[in-house]
Design a protein around this ligand. Structure first.
Ligand SMILES: *[C@@H]1O[C@H](CO)[C@@H](O)[C@H](O)[C@H]1NC(C)=O
Ligand SMILES: *[C@@H]1O[C@H](CO)[C@@H](O)[C@H](O)[C@H]1NC(C)=O
Ligand SMILES: *[C@@H]1O[C@H](CO)[C@@H](O)[C@H](O)[C@H]1NC(C)=O
Ligand SMILES: *[C@@H]1O[C@H](CO)[C@@H](O)[C@H](O)[C@H]1NC(C)=O
Length: 791
């Protein structure tokens, strides 16, 4: 009950009372910066340095500052720790040593440690800030709280800030949060709605430090600057694939307690790589500085992604991870973790511009090199007959190189056979002197390369954005939930999958190589390194297709996939024989879900199937409009016909909709189909009829107790099903049993009971309609998979 009510309060925060803040509206004055968790690792490594940078840049701007490092420890204990950290901040190269010393000294004097534990601590802090403002007669510009604490503490701290630390109106409040923002859709939503009760959407700054990386932040400007040229090629027709990759060489030792609950998909793909993907594919905003437009266009991409399922991902785990988990989490030797430390995911966008274009998102620990990049590889339609060094024969690509790797610096690379891009920013420069290195197997002299003149830390960049209230490089609640909406189903479907174990480093060799096929991704080779204790059951792969007898007819049996392969091959063989003999192949297909795998197999593998000479007929149809999902024709169309080159006039749907009504006897639909059949199919003898069998033993739409003998000599009849929709049109045994070949396809564990019964019962078409299938001159083959046969 609680949850239902909760759900209705959907977690979108209020947009804030006093209108949109913007850079211009920001009044100068005093700024209080509070880092909660101010002596922690992140603060030590990046945050204080970032705020020092901000201080240097703002020192003559009319703003004044005070800095507070907050934490759980008492003041006497933590103050010296904080000052050790602060003393380590440094200036960039363009600041002289003397000036730097002076600035550092001022910065240290503006900083202090405060214990921030109880509500009173926060109230005291607020009092202190107000007192200081009053004493020095300063106007307040705003208060910035940076929460560098575990996510479970966010809601509580946000509440304390709301109840005691809000500045007076006219000054801003900004609260910065670090991931994780939940571990799936539901938990992200819970956290978001808790935060929303204390903070408005504008006040929240969810950090994804990737968005502060210099190259990532220039993806949109690059696309805009080169729009004229890119517009022609930035689509499915020209892009071969997009790769967004973050490879790491380190393991996760020491962080297992956190990592084992998250894994690489939550840690990297759901946030960093997804953000890069949206930047690469979103509609270009008219103005990159307008956050609503940027965030809105990102949201649009997120909501037009094809769903991600098991077939769109492969996962791996480095070999020593298991032992690290056992040690750090104090587990026994038989403890097994499914947490992936490597993942490759194939994403696709379902719109006219990108449909079918593969977007690979890949990340992993313990790989061969440390590198991050997004690479757009274009198709190349030039074929050089002789001069293979000719620039036109080389791959065409644009690479956003985030850093490390062979290049060692952040850069944007454009193949020289594409175009020469303009410098993306006045603080960037072209690289013309090359060391003897290569990128993706090509000498870097094949690229136009640009790089920032000065490398800047992502955190320093983002801190400056927060200060200026530029929200376009942060994650809104809505976009966060849209991203979880994309990733959560994949995470659930992978929850019980064993990751492939990889040795780590250069030894991985080709173990993690992946293979793309249509919408699916798989590991490229079958060599699976699995220590025996990782694997639960025994392998069941070795089985071959097996031939036998069922109800005194021929039977083919195999695992589902091989069975479908065999049936598809048999249908093609029958088609080729019929066409050789008489120039045409008449095929009658059943509805239902069982034949879908067969249809997919025919579409994906049987490129030489003679569709041009094939007539497709229907075994049966439900009395519904052909546009409805229940329609057998609709299903046949969606899964088979629309994917093959079959002439329209070779397709014969059953006429269930005549005179604007469904299956009325007087309209004569069944007779019409019969006439058409007699006219086109020699001796009304189909070359191949594919049937299924229902749990109650029905086949085609001939149901138990349906009095099949009362249908007389008709070839097509209206029948009644016990289940909805009740009315059907069906071929009768008169025509089914005239076929040259009839295949009865039965698959799935659910059919085991039925198969067992059928193996025992005598022919009794009134009780078991399927037992009425007895071709007079043709031949019946049962295709039964092992699940149905063996249970
Ligand atoms: C903050 O606290 C006030 C009063 O304590 C409350 O009315 C308000 O809803 C809270 N949240 C926001 C976003 O202001
Ligand atoms: C883009 O938006 C920003 C922020 O809203 C504004 O300051 C700037 O003038 C806009 N630029 C153009 C070219 O419209
Ligand atoms: C590890 O587990 C053992 C037995 O369950 C227990 O005695 C020990 O205190 C645990 N150690 C840690 C560090 O949790
Ligand atoms: C039509 O079928 C009969 C037997 O049913 C066969 O003898 C004849 O060759 C067939 N004609 C064609 C054109 O296939």
């Amino acid at each position: 009950m609680f949850l239902t009510v909760f759900f209705l309060l959907v977690a979108l925060c209020t947009q804030g009372g006093n209108g949109k803040e913007s850079e211009e509206a920001q009044r100068p004055g005093h700024v209080s910066v509070v880092i909660v968790g101010g002596t922690g690792d992140l603060a030590k490594k990046y945050l204080w340095q970032g705020f020092f940078q901000l201080y240097i840049n703002q020192v003559s701007s009319g703003n004044t500052f005070s800095f507070y490092g907050g934490g759980q420890s008492p003041t006497e204990k933590a103050t010296p720790v904080l000052f050790e950290i602060l003393k380590a901040v440094s200036c960039s190269n363009d600041v002289s040593q003397e000036r730097c010393a002076l600035l550092k000294d001022q910065f240290l004097r503006l900083a202090q440690y405060r214990q921030l534990k109880s509500l009173e601590d926060y109230q005291d802090l607020a009092k202190h800030i107000e007192q200081q403002l009053q004493e020095e007669g300063m106007t307040e510009a705003g208060r910035l709280f940076y929460l560098s604490v575990p996510a479970f503490a966010y809601a509580d701290i946000a509440e304390k800030i709301n109840s005691s630390c809000r500045p007076k109106s006219g000054a801003w409040l900004r609260v910065v949060l670090e991931k994780p923002f939940g571990h799936d859709y539901r938990s992200a939503q819970v956290l978001a709605s808790q935060l929303c009760s204390s903070l408005t959407e504008e006040e929240m700054y969810r950090i994804d430090h990737y968005l502060g990386k210099q190259v990532v932040s220039k993806i949109l400007p690059f696309r805009i600057q080169n729009k004229k040229l890119l517009d022609l090629i930035w689509n499915k027709h020209h892009i071969e694939r997009v790769e967004i990759v973050l490879k790491e060489t380190l393991d996760v030792k020491g962080r297992i307690a956190f990592y084992d609950q998250y894994g690489v998909i939550r840690d990297v793909l759901q946030n960093h790589l997804t953000e890069v993907m949206t930047l690469l594919t979103m509609r270009l905003p008219k103005n990159v500085s307008r956050s609503e437009e940027v965030l809105g266009n990102k949201l649009q991409i997120l909501s037009s992604m094809l769903p991600l399922g098991k077939n769109q991902a492969v996962i791996g785990q480095y070999q020593t991870y298991k032992a690290e988990v056992q040690q750090e989490l104090n587990k026994t030797k038989d403890h097994v973790s499914h947490t992936p430390t490597f993942a490759a995911v194939l994403a696709q966008i379902d719109d006219a511009q990108y449909e079918g274009m593969p977007i690979l998102l890949i990340s992993g620990k313990m790989l061969d090199e440390r590198v991050g990049y997004a690479r757009i590889l274009f198709k190349n339609d030039i074929f050089c007959v002789q001069n293979h060094n000719n620039v036109h024969c080389k791959p065409k690509q644009i690479v956003f190189y985030f850093g490390h790797g062979s290049l060692q610096y952040p850069a944007i690379l454009v193949s020289k056979n594409l175009f020469k891009p303009a410098l993306v920013d006045s603080e960037w420069k072209e690289v013309t002197e090359h060391k003897d290195i290569s990128v993706f197997g090509l000498p870097i002299s094949d690229f136009y390369i640009q790089t920032p003149m000065e490398q800047k830390e992502a955190y320093a960049e983002l801190i400056s954005h927060i200060f200026f209230g530029r929200k376009n490089s942060f994650i809104s609640t809505e976009n966060l939930l849209a991203s979880w909406d994309l990733w959560t189903p994949l995470l659930s479907s992978l929850a019980s999958t064993f990751p492939r174990i990889y040795p780590g480093g250069a030894d991985n060799a080709d173990v993690l190589d992946i293979h793309l096929k249509g919408k699916d991704i798989s590991y490229n080779n079958e060599v699976v390194i699995i220590s025996t204790d990782q694997l639960g059951g025994t392998s069941t792969n070795g089985f071959q297709v097996m031939q036998g007898k069922f109800r005194s007819s021929e039977m083919v049996s195999a695992w589902a996939e091989q069975l479908v392969d065999k049936l598809a091959a048999d249908i093609q063989e029958a088609a080729e024989a019929a066409i050789y003999e008489g120039g045409v192949f008449h095929l009658a297909l059943s509805g239902g879900s069982t034949p879908l795998a067969l249809f997919h197999r025919l579409v994906d593998h049987h490129f030489t199937f003679p569709w041009r000479n094939t007539h497709v007929w229907m075994v049966d149809e439900r009395c519904v409009l052909p546009t409805e999902l229940e329609s057998n024709f609709r299903s046949l169309h969606d899964h088979l016909l629309q994917h093959v080159r079959i002439p329209y006039y070779n397709i014969h749907p059953m006429p269930v909709h005549l005179n604007q009504r469904l299956c009325v006897e007087e309209d004569g639909g069944a007779q019409m189909y019969e006439k058409q059949l007699i006219k086109l199919v020699n001796s009304s003898s189909f070359h191949f009829v594919l049937l299924g069998v229902g749990y109650d033993g029905h086949t085609a739409s001939l149901f138990p107790g349906g009095k099949v003998d009362e249908l007389g000599d008709s070839l097509v009849a209206l029948t009644e099903s016990p289940s909805k929709p009740h009315q059907r049109m069906s071929l009768t045994f008169n025509v089914i049993n005239r076929a040259r070949k009839v295949a009865l396809l039965v698959m799935g564990k659910g059919k085991h009971e039925l198969i067992t019964q059928l193996s025992r019962v005598k022919d009794n078409p009134d009780k078991w309609p399927v037992t009425g299938v007895k071709p007079t001159n043709g031949n019946l083959v049962w295709y039964i998979d092992y699940d149905a046969l063996l249970g």
